[in-house]
Ligand binder design. Structure first.
Ligand code: FES
Length: 158
């Protein structure tokens, strides 16, 4: 994950300039930002506004509609417990409770050391291996409550 400073915003712009921009590309532009920075910085919102001609309020509205897009900086590791219908059948909320307990924060929040953010996670299309836990782009399949501590420990700064 990159820090959203001027230099890295230029990298975003460089990536975006490779694309043929139109209004239909909004979700792709948001995804690129999310993958680079873990959220949608104000500078990126302005770039998207200028490139697509979409209004600022529309961009913010779309970004806010999709839970996967964060509007504020997140931790280095974004952990999510899938809350889709198949993972819910396997009591995803028990995993989420364990994760919140393990990290000492609630869903949508970031630890004080900026290492972890518990993100809302919708279906990731891996339903056959429910319940799924994600850490950035890595998927932990058929996760159990007992797995949560070892997953967190994999990423903790020692
Ligand atoms: S419902 Fe969790 S991966 Fe589809």
């Amino acid at each position: 994950m990159l820090v959203a400073n001027k230099m890295n915003i230029k990298l975003y712009l460089k990536d975006v300039n490779k694309l043929t921009i139109d209004k239909n590309l909004l979700l792709s532009l948001l995804k690129i930002s999310h993958n680079m920075f873990g959220f949608i910085p104000n500078d990126v919102q302005e770039i998207i506004e200028n490139k697509t001609g979409l209004s600022h309020s529309y961009i913010v509205g779309v970004s806010s509609f999709y839970e996967m897009f964060q509007m504020i900086p997140t931790g280095k590791y974004q952990i999510g417990v899938c809350s889709g219908i198949n993972c819910d059948d396997f009591h995803h909320y028990r995993l989420l409770e364990e994760l919140e307990h393990e990290l000492g924060i609630k869903k949508g929040h970031t630890t004080d050391d900026k290492q972890f953010t518990i993100i809302p996670q919708q279906c990731i299309g891996n339903c056959a291996s429910a319940p799924n836990v994600t850490v950035n782009s890595k998927i932990y399949e058929k996760a159990t409550k007992e797995d949560i501590k070892s997953i967190v420990n994999e990423y903790k700064v020692i």
